[in-house]
Write a protein that binds this ligand. Structure first.
Ligand code: DX5
Ligand code: ZN
Length: 213
C-alpha cells in the first residue's frame, strides 16, 4: 500500500481548516507543504506562519518540501514545524551537513532531486536520508504533466537502497493522478504526493484510490 501526502499547494487557502479536516477524515498519511522562494523556483508560495498554523492544529505528519536556495540557512526555523524536512540537492547547501543538522534537530531528512539530476549523484548521501524525493515535474507549480523519466530514476534508487539494505522511503512529486500513480508504485515509490488530482473533486474517493495502490 502506498502512502499518500497530498500537496497543500492545491488546497483552498480561504478555508484551509476544512481541507485539513477532510484529509484527516480520509486518513491521508501526511500533508505535503511546498515552500518556494521565487529564486530557486520561479514561483513564491507560503512559509512559516501557514505551516505553523497547520502544525498547531493537526497531528498529521508534516512533509515539508523546501524549494529555496541555500536551505541550510533556514533549517533551524523549519525543524520545529516539520516531521519530514526535505531540500534540493541542487539548492547550494552542503548536503551531508544539512541532512545531519535536520536529523540532529529531531526531523527526518529528505533529499530531493530535480529532473536535471541523475539518481547516482545522491548515492553518497542515501545513508543519511529517511526519504528521497524524485521530482516528476520541474518544481515550482502544481498541475503540470508527469515526466515518465522519473520512473527510471525511482527504479535506480530502489535498487540501490535495497542492495545496501537501507531504510529510505522513495517519494514522487508532480503530475500524479490515477494513471500515473500505479506506474510510480510499480517502479518502487513508497510515498505519493498529489496536489491538483486530490483537490479537484471527490477528495475522499481519490484518496482511497491512491492509498489502495
Ligand atoms: C511542485 C510541487 C508539488 C505540486 C504538485 O513544485 O512540489 O508538490 O504541488 O502538484 P500536482 O500534483 O498538481 O502536480
Ligand atoms: Zn512538492
Amino acid at each position: 500500500m502506498a502512502l499518500l501526502s497530498p500537496s497543500m499547494l492545491s488546497s483552498n487557502f480561504f478555508n484551509l481548516e476544512n481541507d485539513v479536516r477532510n484529509l484527516e477524515k480520509a486518513k491521508v498519511d501526511m500533508l505535503h507543504l511546498d515552500v518556494m522562494d521565487g529564486v530557486f523556483v520561479p514561483n513564491i508560495s507560503f512559509a512559516f506562519p501557514v505551516i505553523k498554523a497547520i502544525r498547531k492544529n493537526t497531528d498529521l505528519t508534516l512533509d515539508v518540501h523546501l524549494m529555496i536556495t541555500e536551505p541550510h540557512r533556514y533549517i533551524k526555523k523549519f525543524a520545529p514545524i516539520s516531521d519530514y524536512l526535505g531540500f534540493h540537492f541542487e539548492a547550494g547547501s552542503p548536503i551531508a551537513e544539512t541532512l545531519n543538522e535536520i536529523r540532529e534537530l529531531g526531523c527526518k531528512p529528505c533529499l530531493t532531486i530535480k529532473p536535471c539530476t541523475e539518481p547516482e549523484e545522491i548515492f553518497p548521501f542515501l545513508h543519511l536520508c529517511d526519504m528521497v524525493l524524485v521530482m516528476s515535474v520541474e518544481p515550482g507549480f502544481g498541475g503540470q504533466k508527469f515526466m515518465p523519466d522519473s520512473l527510471r530514476k525511482v527504479k535506480i534508487l530502489k535498487e540501490e537502497i535495497t542492495r545496501r539494505g537501507l531504510d529510505v522511503l522513495i517519494e514522487i512529486d508532480g503530475g500524479i493522478n490515477e494513471e500515473t500513480a500505479p506506474l510510480a508504485v510499480e517502479a518502487g515509490v513508497d510515498v505519493i504526493v498529489a496536489g491538483s488530482y486530490i483537490f479537484a473533486e471527490n477528495m475522499e474517493q481519490r484518496v482511497k484510490k491512491i492509498k489502495a495502490l
